[in-house]
Each structure stands twice: as C-alpha cells, then as structure tokens.
Ligand binder design. Sequence first.
Ligand SMILES: Cc1cc2nc3c(=O)[nH]c(=O)nc-3n(C[C@H](O)[C@H](O)[C@H](O)COP(=O)(O)OP(=O)(O)OC[C@H]3O[C@@H](n4cnc5c(N)ncnc54)[C@H](O)[C@@H]3O)c2cc1C
Length: 461
Amino acid sequence: MEYSRVRPEDLAALASIVGASDVSNEEYDLVTNALDAFAGEPVLPEAVVWPENSSEVLEVLKYASSRRIPVTVRGGGTGLTGASTPRFGGIVMNMMKMNRILEVRPHDMQVDVEPGVIYDQLNKELEPYNLFFPPDPASGKSCTIGGMIANNASGLKAVRYGATRDYVLALRVVFPVGLDLRLGSRVFKYSTGYDLARMLVGSEGTLGVITEATLRLRPLPRHRRTIAAYFDSIEDGVRCIGRIRLSGIEPGAIEFLDRTHLRLISEWSGLNLPDHECMIILEFHSYSRAGLDEEVTDAVSLLREGGAVSIVVPKDEAEAERIWEARRGAYPSILKACRSPIIGDIIVPLSRLLDAVNKAYELAKKYGVRVGVMGHLGDGNVHANWLTDRRNRDEWERALRANAELTRYAIEVGGALSAEHGVGVEKKEFMWEQHREVLDLMKKLKEFFDPNNILNPGIML
Ligand SMILES: Cc1cc2nc3c(=O)[nH]c(=O)nc-3n(C[C@H](O)[C@H](O)[C@H](O)COP(=O)(O)OP(=O)(O)OC[C@H]3O[C@@H](n4cnc5c(N)ncnc54)[C@H](O)[C@@H]3O)c2cc1C
C-alpha cells in the first residue's frame, strides 16, 4: 500500500489539533517511539503526537485517514512483538498523556480510566478501596491499561482470575472511519447483542484507539501464602501442576522456572537459589485463614507425593517476597545473559503441557541453541526463552526457526500462537495457521473500521 509522507503542512495541521507542544519531529522523540521491547529492527516514525482527549484522537485519525498517513498507537512501549513499531513510518500516537483515573466506583466494584494509566499505579490507587485489577503482567511498572486491553495481557494471577478480557466492561473507542463510540455496558453481565467492547480486546490497535475503559475490579485477598517446591525431574514438576489443577485447590498463581532460569537468576541477583531441574511457585489467596491453611497443607502433600525434593513454606512475608523476587528476576537475568533473547509465548491445553515443555528442549537440541523454559504453566502458558544474540546472525536465525516450530506445534495441538504477548510483527506469519478462513473475516472488520488501512498497518493482520 502507498502511504503519504508527513510534510511540514501536516505537522502544522497536527499542531492545530493537539497543540504545538504535543507534536514533534525531533530526532530524540522519533527514536524513543521507534520500537517496543521486541528485539527487531526499529523503524523511525516521521512525527509523534500526544493527544490529551478523545476529540483530539478523532481529529488526528480523520486527518491522517484523509491524507493516507499511517498512525501507530503506542502505550508504554513494553510490547514484546513489535506491535507499536511504525512499520511504514508516519505518525506515532503516544497515549501517555491520557493517564487519568477518571472515577473509582467502589460500590460498583468498577473503575473508569484513560488508556495511558500504568498498571501498577492503578492498583496502588485502588488499594485504599480494598480492590484490585488482577491481570498482573510482569511489565506492570511500565505497561498501560490501553496496551493491556489491546494485547489482552495477563500474567501471574491469570490462572485464578483470568486475563484482561475478563475485566473489560465498557470502552470508548475512536475509529479511523470517523466514529467516536462507547461500547459495552457498566454492569457485570448483559444480554444485548454483539459484544463489540470485547472485540477490541486483543485487536493490537488495528481497529480503533481506546480512549477510555471501564474495568471491573476484585476485592483484595485478605490472606496470602506462598510455597516454592523444587524437583529433580521436569516431568515430576509439570505433572504436579496438573494434579494441583485437578484437585480443586485454586492457587492465585502457579509459576514454573527450569534449571536454566534458576541459574541465570542466581547469577544476576545473588539470591543463590538451589540447583534443581525446576521450581514451582504457588501463591494461595483466601478470605479465611483456616481455608488458607487447609489449601496449603493439601498442596504440600500433593507436591511431596508428586516427587518434590524440597519444599519451602516461608515463615513470613519477607521470605515469601524473596521467592517472588526470584521470579521477577527472570526477564532481567535473561537480558543480562544475552543481548537479544527471543521471548517465547505459547499456550497449549493442560494435557499437552509436558509435551510442550519437552518439545522446547528437543528443538533446542535440533537447532543447536540454548533455551530456558518458564511460564504460567498453571494455565498452559509456556515461555520458551531462546538465549541468543542478534549479532550472531546464524545462531539468531536458528533460534527463530526453533521458536517458529514450537509455535506451529502449539497451534497443531489446539493451543495458540500467543497467550499474552500478542502477534505484532513477530508472529504475523502464523495467523493463517491459527485462524484459517476466519482471518478473512478479521480483515473485513478491519476494512470496515479503517477503510484506508492507516491504523497500525503491518501489525497482526
Ligand atoms: C519485561 C517484560 C515482561 C512482560 N511480561 C508480560 C506478562 O507477564 N504478561 C503479558 O501479557 N505481557 C507481558 N509483557 C508484554 C507487554 O508488557 C504487555 O503486552 C503490555 O500489555 C503492553 O502494554 P504497553 O502499554 O507497553 O503497550 P505497547 O507496547 O505500547 O503496545 C502494545 C499494543 O497495544 C496497542 N495499543 C496501546 N495503547 C492502545 C490504545 N489506547 N488503543 C488501542 N491500541 C493500543 C499498540 O498499538 C500495540 O499494538 C512483558 C514485557 C516485558 C518487556
């Protein structure tokens, strides 16, 4: 598709919409809006705008559509798939100035926010109300609510509380076709036709720009407890996760780290974690202390029966925090170990979990690359992280092939090419295998809302 370049008169037109201080073509603004956390090639935009309200978003989109200038939407820029990379240059619409918490309605257990609110900041503001927004991505200190909705982000707590999709009640969305619409409803359930608000969840900025969101909230758990269990066999560790899921115990988090990750985290953090094949971390949430004690006792028995060689039940919050510190160290320790790792993200049905983990190790051997496996295994989400460096072209290509084969495997066994990081540019090539003829329907929807294909072109579809 042919796009227009941004000319000086376009910059002037954008300045008349958002104000001169909220549009830039300065080199440092272009560079800092060129790429997300994906290890791909950065592409410089030609201009950046920072809208402050829905009508500015609408006017920018209408103008760009009429001039056929591509617009790429950007939240915190923490995406791992290149989804906020301006593939064709044009304008980056940076949402960080729309960052107000509009209204907390504790009695409705809801909050209205603008899209640029940072995840951790929102939960900090909700704490006095004893409420929280659960999805909990590991990037929570920097990612925005808009980016989370556009990616259907989730994380540590999805196994019990679900993903972002489960919390989106209503959205205000601006579409390039020139519409500014409120979608969804401020109630927990409704039966009123097509669920257009949820259609935007996971759309990666390809259909419209989210300018407001109403999220449902959950009460903060009154009591929490963490357990860590170490195994000398991957098979024992993974099978234990299945047993816990089937037992009826409902942990708030079930995390898995293999030996490669344990060693990297130890080297990076100095935490000196025990050297075993794998570690499972469980967190329990409960209203009552007695209920919590019972769940923990039963889980410890299941872990023992399942072959755990060492189980740590922290005596206090500080000890529990050290365990979570180790888990949080996973990404930084990979980045320390290699310059440009390929962060994998697949999901498979629980019955294929062990197969999927073994497949990652098999592929590492086949392609002669290093892999570490971790993830939110409690819901089938496996992160196979390929430890490679882009500067070693040959190794990088082999790691890409290994990751591609694992992704195809996930699709073949009824899973998905991504559980939470999304498609972006990284996994676009697998969309046909994932969706087949439904992909055409998705493209028609895109055409309807964005007839000139200006919004996030080259991303996802
Ligand atoms: C260290 C690290 C750990 C991570 N851990 C997790 C994890 O545990 N779970 C997880 O799910 N993800 C994780 N991620 C990936 C990423 O942080 C999330 O997907 C996050 O939701 C992206 O939010 P963002 O604000 O940074 O969005 P961006 O990266 O800026 O954008 C992501 C997508 O959302 C679109 N978008 C942004 N704002 C809007 C809007 N207002 N309207 C329409 N579209 C919009 C963009 O165009 C793009 O397609 C991790 C990333 C890193 C770097």
